[in-house]
Design a protein around this ligand. Structure first.
Ligand SMILES: [Zn+2]
Length: 330
């Protein structure tokens, strides 16, 4: 084939393909790839001094946040979300966190388990994708007893973390498990008490539940800060290493926009809304003052970042992504 002929063949082939594409005719050259409707596994790893921290995604729930917030008009909350380019309903992460201190494997919160549908409940598969199994967990620490934090503990009356001790704030066990039914606040959904008991019972029966007091060391190197209001014993969990500090602050906020912009905004699940506001402001002010890292259970995955303050309001600043270049996770 001489040059002129080859050029004609190539031209005619490309012309045909173009015509086929324009006409929408099937063509090998322009075959459409089917869309793949899944994400990469939901874990994110970072180092904090000598500690290995792994954020674990339980899933995201599309929540109608403006309807769920309290102490703000729904349209004002919607406006704040729209200004931040957030959709409504807003995909809201449910995160848990794993700490490997070289001796113990410590899980902070356990996700929703099977209680809140198929969009969530993926903690176990993401734990395994991250290189660990449930039987390796030595300690589970709960920031509080709400189904999206304790739901992953058990299934059908069976403990899913067979070798773990479950550490629960004393006030939380008292409130959710040991308060007689007729002494519970009427405004609260009875289902929450039932689910709390279901999740903890397998461990209580085997003597595997330990409680911790306000602002106490939970296990060596891991301490708690009482941040009550969302629930009576809601606690943040603190680890430090190499001069760095990370505070797993539980449900200090739901979402990363509205309650930073307006810390007085509460949410329907808060047991004591005024107290939840005080705790949120204390947590924000301390995080700004000390500049430590924060990990939030309902902030877009991995939910780790810093808090900035600007003229009376606060801003969530997510950590910068690192792929662990050179084999060193930073
Ligand atoms: Zn929660």
């Amino acid at each position: 084939m001489n040059n002129v002929t080859r050029r004609n063949v190539l031209l005619s082939a490309s012309t045909l393909a173009t015509v086929a594409a324009i006409a929408g005719a099937p063509s090998l050259t322009f075959a459409a790839a089917p869309k793949q409707y899944f994400q990469s596994p939901g874990f994110y790893r970072m180092a904090l001094g000598d500690l290995e921290i792994t954020a674990l995604l339980d899933g995201t729930l599309p929540l109608p946040l403006p309807e769920m917030y309290r102490d703000v008009a729904a349209e004002d909350a919607a406006q704040l979300l729209h200004e931040a380019y957030r959709d409504i309903p807003t995909d809201t992460s449910v995160n848990a966190f794993l700490v490997n201190d070289g001796e113990r494997l410590i899980l902070i919160d356990t996700g929703t388990g099977h209680y809140l549908g198929n969009e969530v409940g993926h903690l176990m598969s993401n734990l395994e994708a991250s290189g660990y199994t449930a039987s390796q967990i030595d300690d589970v620490i709960l920031t509080h007893v709400h189904t999206d934090h304790s739901g992953g503990l058990a299934r059908d009356g069976k403990a899913l973390f067979e070798n773990a001790t479950i550490h629960v704030p004393r006030r939380e066990l008292d409130f959710w498990v040991e308060t007689p039914a007729d002494a519970r606040p009427e405004a609260l959904n009875a289902q929450l008490f039932k689910e709390a008991e279901e999740c903890l019972r397998p461990y209580l029966q085997r003597g595997r539940v330990k409680t911790f007091q306000d602002n106490e060391e939970v296990i060596a190197g891991v301490r708690s800060i009482l941040r009550p209001g969302h629930t009576p014993g809601h606690s943040s969990i603190v680890v430090e290493s190499g001069g760095r500090k990370l505070v797993f602050w539980g449900d200090i906020t739901h979402g990363d926009i509205v309650q930073f912009e307006q810390p007085d905004v509460t949410i329907e699940f808060d047991v004591d809304r005024a107290m939840a506001v005080r705790s949120r402001k204390q947590a924000f002010v301390e995080a700004v003052r000390e500049g430590y890292l924060v990990a939030g259970a309902h902030i877009a995955f991995p939910g780790i970042g810093n808090v900035l303050q600007e003229k009376g309001h606060f801003i969530w600043m997510p950590i910068n992504y690192s792929d662990g270049e050179g084999g060193v996770i930073k």
